[in-house]
Design a protein around this ligand. Structure first.
Ligand code: HEC
Length: 140
């Protein structure tokens, strides 16, 4: 019994750490490099092939990336990476791409699509601090 309790305490701890990593998607506008984001988006990962040169292309299963907020883009990439049920019927396509991205790469790509003055996230210039719910989760 003791062992089970220790195991439960351990897994719930691991879970809460993961959730923080998932929900605390801050992009600091001073730490991003739009130029590098452009290279990652166009050359390294070829996101442009499906999403257009600067995220302007839409299809039956996704909308134009440049019409979304930076916060939405970051949380959706993290969800494709970590939650296999997230997304639409073509999500398996995006899961492959999202899994290759580091957090810094996501931030640079998003800065390229939105412009580093338009990140609208906690820590970015002129942004309000993130609001937390009573459960300690950040509101998207
Ligand atoms: C082979 C085509 C393809 C490539 C390459 C690709 N994507 Fe996608 N992307 C998709 C599809 C298809 C979806 C919609 C998936 C679904 O059904 O949920 C999508 C969805 C997304 C979404 C969510 C959009 C929304 O409307 O919610 C984001 C953000 C995104 N992609 C970013 C990227 C980034 C960044 C890269 C490069 C690292 C990339 N994609 C590369 C096909 C692609």
């Amino acid at each position: 019994m003791k062992k089970i309790l220790i195991f439960l305490a351990f897994t719930s701890m691991a879970f809460s750490i993961d959730m923080d990593a998932l929900l605390n998607y801050n992009i600091n506008s001073e730490n991003v490099d739009e130029k590098l984001g452009e290279t990652l988006y166009i050359k390294t990962y070829k996101c442009a092939a499906c999403h257009g040169a600067k995220g302007e292309k839409a299809s039956g299963t996704f909308s134009a990336l440049d019409s979304k907020t930076a916060s939405y883009l970051k949380s959706s990439l993290l969800k494709y990476q970590n939650d296999r049920d997230y997304g639409g019927k073509t999500r398996f396509v995006m899961q492959r791409y999202a899994k290759r991205l580091s957090h810094a790469e996501m931030d640079n790509i998003i800065a390229y699509i939105k412009g580093s003055d338009n990140l609208e996230l906690p820590n970015s210039k002129n942004a309000e601090p993130a609001k937390k719910t009573q459960d300690g989760l950040f509101i998207e």
